[in-house]
Design a protein. Structure first.
Ligand code: AP5
Length: 213
């Protein structure tokens, strides 16, 4: 099964990914997480992506398509995956469809998480993450401990500054939102209201996927 998680920054894609991947026994493929890992490792890809990410711009399509191609050729993704943060442009979506159809595969569901912009700014500016395991917290909604359960330091993501958040939301509107129509026209889009507690959103997603709740 191939599921795409779509939605503006801060809608809870990363937060919800764990429950979906556990239920469907799928690997969680987050292009943002892979890029951040490359950045931390100082790889060539990480160095190329750094400036784009810090400003809240999208990393160029050709780099993302190479990254996805390599990740999806790993054995754990042979039975499908949950894609979080990919595709994010029309070029990425069309290239991905082409690759899948060449393999006789296709996307099963596209889940669109919807949350009002004001709430997104609050979620992103209050987000804190573990530098080691990537676990996400929120200063008000899910206060982080002094130190993560894995022993890692709790930090703020460099792209969670006010300026970068504004830019990320603008970039979403311009380059990623058009994918809503693209997938709706294909009959794949499932809209989920993400403005509720994480537990309630988890149930809404399960219902949208036809899973037992
Ligand atoms: P990426 O890491 O994908 O970031 P994003 O899409 O901006 O999404 P976020 O991780 O910010 O938000 P989320 O929806 O996962 O929310 P979360 O669950 O953390 O990408 C980062 C960058 O990498 C991009 O800007 C770009 O530069 C580059 N990139 C990545 N993919 C790319 C691609 N395909 N093409 C080009 N460039 C690419 O939740 C947010 C906060 O809200 C947390 O604090 C959480 O605790 C809280 N929260 C979650 N759910 C709830 C709830 N229900 N109620 C209250 N609080 C909640």
């Amino acid at each position: 099964m191939i599921i795409v998680l779509l939605g503006p920054p801060g809608t809870g894609k990363g937060t919800q990914a764990k429950a979906i991947t556990t239920r469907h026994r799928l690997p969680h493929v987050s292009t943002g997480d892979i890029l951040r890992k490359n950045l931390a490792d100082g790889s060539e890809l990480g160095l190329e992506a750094k400036a784009y990410m810090e400003k809240g711009e999208l990393v160029p399509d050709h780099l993302i398509l190479r990254l996805i191609d390599s990740r999806l050729s790993e054995p754990d993704a042979s039975g499908g995956c949950l894609l979080d943060g990919f595709p994010r442009t029309r070029v990425q979506a069309e290239a991905f469809d082409g690759d899948l159809s060449a393999k006789g595969l296709s996307i099963d569901h596209v889940l669109l998480l919807e949350v009002a912009s004001e709430a997104l700014i609050k979620r992103l500016s209050g987000r804190r993450v573990c530098e080691t395991c990537g676990k996400s917290y929120h200063v008000d909604f899910n206060p982080p401990p002094a130190e993560c359960h894995c022993g890692g330091a709790i930090v703020q993501r460099p792209d969670d500054t006010e300026e970068a958040i504004k830019n990320r939301l603008k970039v979403y509107q311009e380059l990623t939102k058009p994918l809503v129509d693209y997938y709706e026209a294909k009959g794949l889009l499932r809209r989920v209201d993400g403005d509720a507690t994480p537990q309630e959103v988890e149930k809404r997603i399960a219902r949208a996927l036809g899973d037992p709740v």
